[in-house]
Design a protein around this ligand. Sequence first.
Ligand SMILES: C[S@@+](CC[C@H](N)C(=O)[O-])C[C@H]1O[C@@H](n2cnc3c(N)ncnc32)[C@H](O)[C@@H]1O
Length: 224
Amino acid sequence: MTDTILFDDKLYPVNKKNKVDGINLLNNIKDETIATAFFDPQYRGLLDKMKYGNEGENRGKARSELPQMSDDVIKEFIIEFNRIIKKSGHLFLWVDKYHLCTGILDWFYNTDFKLVDMIVWDKDKIGMGYRSRRKSEYLIVFQKEPIRAKGCWTLHNIPDVWTEKTIKTHPHSKPIDLQKQLILATTNENDFVCDPASGGYSVFECCKLTGRNFIGGDVEYGED
Ligand SMILES: C[S@@+](CC[C@H](N)C(=O)[O-])C[C@H]1O[C@@H](n2cnc3c(N)ncnc32)[C@H](O)[C@@H]1O
């Protein structure tokens, strides 16, 4: 039943870890059916451009072995998000410091998304780095037009610096409590939340905890 709200024909089950290319999954979702989406691309940028030095060896190995996304692939994802997210719905984009500083707005050219906020995630744990050592990641908040906060963002106690340790189920696991609060702020019970590059499925966990429907998958992780 929930599946037919989202898909015309080829079905990817809702509330399941689908092993699938995210673009195929998004291509099959009907227009303007998703309340909120999370996108956590597998970047090459930071590794290539800031030359942290240890990628591909020891600690960096698990990360550098994950399938990477080019800028063109990321843009393809964003075009599909633009089609499937409801009017005034949200897209939460995880970025590293390289992308935060050099900009990502050209990925959103010709879409109905506007940048409306940003949250710094303090991982409460120090990582590696040639110069300063990594301790944070960034979540950029986009809203699809028409832009409005009233009625579309219902929690008003989320700080824009959020400290949380993760439970590692994936090299890039994201914070459950933060994502849970964002889902509560931007969706209603039984709404659909989409994450097409789910990794360790932290967003799926948040959906289970909040009574939202999850549609998502990962090209490497999940069930066929
Ligand atoms: C940064 S991780 C996501 C981590 C996730 N947010 C979490 O909390 O565990 C990015 C994921 O994108 C996946 N990926 C790369 N290309 C993909 C594609 N075309 N379709 C779906 N997933 C893809 C990788 O396998 C990787 O698991």
